[in-house]
Write a protein that binds this ligand. Structure first.
Ligand SMILES: Cc1ncc(COP(=O)(O)O)c(C=O)c1O
Length: 396
């Protein structure tokens, strides 16, 4: 049975959304064997939100949530946000998109979700995969296999055209000439930037997810603050974290104004997975995504969202994007062997590693002491990505 739709504030509820996810919220369940028993205070209860079980389309993961708010523009007779970010003034196409074009690293999870969506919408898909992004390909013991297994295989299975671009190919950093070629062939391409984060609507899906999580918190009767005090989630292109921050701040701002019993705010910890860019670069982007999403959903972003809300963890990035280091692999094995939870090697394994480290450290305990809590609730967001595993089969 489907549950009633999530209750969103007026302005937010009016933003067009094309449903891709199942009508019910993605499940949240406890991870009891990870809950530390020693020392007993505070009790730290760990839960997982299964975004990898959120949608019926191939390889469910966090991108479908973002895409739900982008589809109305894709299907519009006059798409507004179809152009490449470096060429914002491209002429508006005369009709809805005919082909979705996107980009990513060789084992990108995002591209698969765009390719699957294209099929569902009856559109073509062109997927640009760059050899130069991250170090997964270089670190692979079998680069030929890396280039054709995992998400590359699934993209092809879904009928997307896959183009693998060399490191020094300028189209890997600016795909505009490819879009121009398509236009010359009579297509109406719709460009979805990597991770869909810099798309103006990229943060809305996870702002809505925050409202979904808040309803689940209430139903679950969590104890402690009644909330997930710490939420751990991967931060790659950044709008998953940014959207969540916007949504939670909106919820908290409404509550704070309504009942004056100010409860501690949730902390969203974005776990970075790449050393390519410094933490400050990501902080700036996430702040921008959070403010942009909050402005769209009707929250005064300047008043309610500041740099203090952005908490990014950069200790677990490893040697390169897409490279599975020994400690991350151990964290993935621990989750698989203790909770039968299979993570992906690039994002969620690093999040698990970060979360497991945090629960050993002082910050969560300090928070409990500060707010006189016997119990702290921690949420791990599983954003999908397991299809990349076969490309990492030889990592030992
Ligand atoms: C499995 C998985 N988790 C998390 C992320 C990070 O999400 P975002 O790019 O919104 O930061 C990605 C991004 O590609 C991903 O594939």
């Amino acid at each position: 049975m489907s549950k009633p739709p999530i209750a969103l504030p007026e302005i937010f509820s009016q933003i067009p959304r094309h449903q891709i996810l199942y009508p019910n919220p993605s499940p949240i369940h406890s991870l009891p064997t990870l809950t530390p028993r020693n020392p007993p205070h505070p009790q730290i209860s760990i839960f997982a939100k299964r975004e990898d079980q959120s949608a019926p389309l191939a390889c469910a993961g966090n991108k479908y949530r973002k895409l739900e708010y982008i589809v109305p523009d894709i299907l519009s007779a006059t798409p507004l946000h179809h152009s490449h970010e470096n060429h914002p003034n491209t002429t508006t196409p005369a009709g809805p998109a005919t082909i979705l074009v996107t980009e990513g690293a060789i084992q990108s999870n995002h591209t698969v979700q765009v390719a699957a969506l294209a099929r569902k919408l009856g559109l073509k898909a062109l997927v640009l995969l760059s050899r130069g992004t991250g170090g997964g390909l270089r670190a692979s013991q079998d680069p030929e296999a890396f280039l054709r297994t995992g998400n590359v295989q699934i993209n092809r299975l879904l009928g997307a055209e896959v183009r693998i671009l060399d490191e020094n190919d300028p189209r890997a950093s600016d795909a505009f000439p490819i879009l121009e070629d398509l236009r010359a062939q009579g297509e109406r391409p719709y460009w979805i930037p990597g991770g869909a984060s810099i798309h103006p609507f990229g943060g809305l899906g996870y702002a809505r997810a925050a409202f979904e999580i808040a309803e689940q918190e209430t139903e679950m009767g969590l104890g402690g603050t009644g909330r997930f005090d710490f939420v751990f989630v991967a931060c790659g292109s950044g709008s998953t974290v940014g959207g969540l921050i916007a949504g939670f701040r909106m919820l908290e701002a409404r509550r704070e104004e309504a009942d004056r019993r100010i409860r501690p705010r949730r902390s969203v910890i974005g776990v970075l997975n790449s050393p390519t860019k410094p933490r400050s670069y990501h902080e700036e982007r996430v702040l921008q995504f959070a403010q942009r999403a909050s402005a769209l959903i009707g929250l005064d972003s300047q008043r309610f969202i500041s740099a203090d809300d952005i908490k990014l963890e950069d200790r677990f990035v490893g040697s390169a994007y897409g490279v599975l280091d020994v400690e991350t692999k151990e964290a993935a094995e621990r989750m698989a062997r203790m909770e039968a939870l299979v993570l992906d090697p690039v994002y969620t394994a690093k999040v698990a590693r970060g979360m497991l480290q945090w629960i050993q450290e002082e910050e969560i305990r300090q928070y409990a002491r500060l707010h006189s809590l016997d119990k702290v609730n921690v949420l791990f967001i599983h954003t999908g990505g397991q299809a990349a595993l076969s490309a990492y089969a030889d990592v030992n």
